[in-house]
Design a protein around this ligand. Structure first.
Ligand SMILES: N[C@@H](CCC(=O)N[C@@H](CS)C(=O)NCC(=O)O)C(=O)O
Length: 300
């Protein structure tokens, strides 16, 4: 932090983090200039733990070195402090309460089940479960949105606001995952829930959301390399082929040990061949184990 311009706000965070993105969307919407201090969350510097012992990101440091942690706390602080620049929090008491609940609903239902799916995707039945729970959540979100402003496109109607800031960074991640890791998969509920469909579209095309997003390639590579998320075969679970399940089991067991690294996990549905390549790095030696299943690993 030594060379940072202390006359400006400093946001401590990282590009991968959707909570940090919330705060950056707010700063962008308000047109506030700030320092962005990229933190290594695996090895947090002592000065950071001194000002914020919980050590999570984001944390905003004001011009008087006061630390303001937690994304929604920061978003509210910014909206209140820079209210003269743009109104992002409704003046209406009920709209404010509804906005907070929408964020809570998104996080505890849609966000939580998306994270659950990331941990299990590729396993038996997980894709079916993902579709089922998400479709139910999206119908509920449709109710919440329609009750608020039937026309949209944003939560409160035509103006982008606090509720949208709370949800956008999570929506863009989930839709990016569906598009690229599930080969363009779309929740069927979106056809029956036009308000949600238009809402998601409005959020992900908002310039402040796009500009502050990690990036498609970066997000996918972060999921694959840092979180060992496995790309399933197109719209299929790994539940139809015995050998396929076996290979996946080896793969999961291997990287659970913590001293392994994924090289390639690639599933080519069209050729009905599943190829799982593992590079297992043991503590003392490096050995490669390759699984090259043949056509007898048919998924049918
Ligand atoms: N409730 C917090 C959650 C922040 C959070 O979980 N951030 C993650 C990164 S996305 C983090 O700091 N993880 C590192 C750690 O927990 O030490 C917020 O809204 O800011």
């Amino acid at each position: 932090m030594a060379s940072t311009d202390r006359s400006k706000l400093t946001l401590c965070g990282a590009l991968f983090c959707p909570y940090v993105q919330r705060t950056r969307i707010t700063l962008a919407e308000l047109g506030v200039d700030y320092n962005f201090e990229i933190m290594d969350t695996k090895s947090k510097p002592s000065w950071y733990l001194d000002i914020f012992p919980e050590g999570k990101i984001p944390c905003l440091i004001d011009e008087n070195s006061h630390a303001i942690p937690d994304s929604l706390t920061i978003v509210q602080y910014l909206c209140e402090r820079f209210a003269d620049k743009k109104s992002l929090i409704s003046a209406d008491l009920i709209e404010r309460a509804d906005s907070r609940y929408a964020i809570e609903f998104y996080g505890s239902a849609i966000g939580a089940d998306y994270n659950n799916y990331l941990k299990t995707c590729g396993e038996d039945g997980s894709f079916g479960h993902y579709k089922m729970v998400m479709n139910a959540h999206l119908f509920r979100l449709e109710q919440l949105l329609k009750a608020q402003a039937s026309g949209g496109p944003y939560f409160l109607g035509k103006d982008f606001s606090y509720a949208d800031i709370g949800m956008a960074s999570f929506v863009i991640r989930m839709l990016t995952f569906n598009e690229h890791m599930l080969d363009g998969f779309k929740f069927s509920a979106l056809e029956a829930c036009p308000r949600v469909a238009a809402y998601f579209e409005a959020l992900i095309s908002r310039p402040s959301v796009q500009e502050t997003f990690f990036g498609t390639e970066e997000y996918l590579s972060w999921l694959t390399n840092d979180h060992h998320v496995v790309k399933p075969t197109k719209n299929l679970d790994f539940n139809n082929g015995k050998k396929c399940r076996l290979a996946l089991g080896h793969f999961r067991a291997a990287h659970r040990t913590g001293n392994t690294k994924i090289a390639i996990v690639d599933c080519q549905h069209l050729e009905i061949i599943v190829q799982v390549v593992l590079v297992i790095q043991t503590k003392n030696e490096e050995s490669n184990i390759h699984y090259h299943p043949r056509a007898d690993m048919s998924l049918s």
